[in-house]
Design a protein around this ligand. Structure first.
Ligand SMILES: [Zn+2]
Length: 206
């Protein structure tokens, strides 16, 4: 037993010695043991949190003022279909020669943004049937797919109505002169016949 005790003491003794005396400071040693009230004791009202409603922002496709088709930073533009965006930029370069700038009023939208637009349209127009003439669902909207862009101002949409088919850029709905999509064979065949409004579009009947 005396031998065993001697071994335990011999092994244990070095562990009892403070280590790293020369480098550790009291602050570093003790800070992990300080209470951290800020993580759990803070009243909920002080905790920043994203509202689940009404917090749509640029990451949902909300477009700040003055964005053009050349903008690479704004998701509403950057998330558009690459071919559509390329056609828009080629057209925009030639329109610039006529002193015309393509402003993006809306482009790609998140499903959440589209749902909010539809909710507002139903409230504004009084019925889902009437709202459907203007705003698609998150499932059917070509904006959510990145396949549609709403251009302004009127001078730009007039220019695109006249010259857009050469770039495959076509109006789709008679009631939406600002809404353009890519129809790749339009350069050869011209743009397809327009629908009166989105309710005539077979893609909307899903
Ligand atoms: Zn549109």
């Amino acid at each position: 037993m005396a031998v065993l005790a001697a071994i335990v003491v011999a092994l244990g003794h070095p562990l009892l010695k403070p280590s790293s005396d020369s480098t550790a400071t009291p602050g570093q040693d003790f800070s992990p043991f300080l209470p951290a009230p800020s993580l759990s004791d803070r009243p909920p009202s002080h905790a920043p949190h994203r509202e689940s409603r009404g917090a749509l922002d640029e990451s949902d496709g909300v477009v700040p003022d003055g964005v053009t088709v050349l903008d690479d930073e704004v998701p509403a533009v950057a998330n558009l279909d690459a071919e559509l965006l390329d056609a828009l930029r080629r057209a925009a370069q030639n329109a610039a020669d006529d002193g015309i700038t393509f402003t993006v009023n809306s482009g790609w939208r998140s499903a959440a943004y589209q749902k909010e637009l539809l909710r507002k349209a139903v409230a504004q127009h009084g019925s889902e049937a009437e709202a459907a003439r203007w705003v698609a669902t998150a499932t059917t909207s070509p904006h959510v797919a990145g396949d549609a862009v709403d251009i302004g101002p009127d001078r730009a949409t007039d220019w695109l109505s006249e010259h857009g088919s050469a770039y495959g850029l076509c109006r789709i709905y008679r009631n939406e002169p600002w809404h353009f999509e890519l129809r790749t064979d339009a350069a050869d065949r011209g743009c397809p016949r327009m629908y009166a409004d989105p309710t005539q579009d077979p893609r909307m009947r899903q």
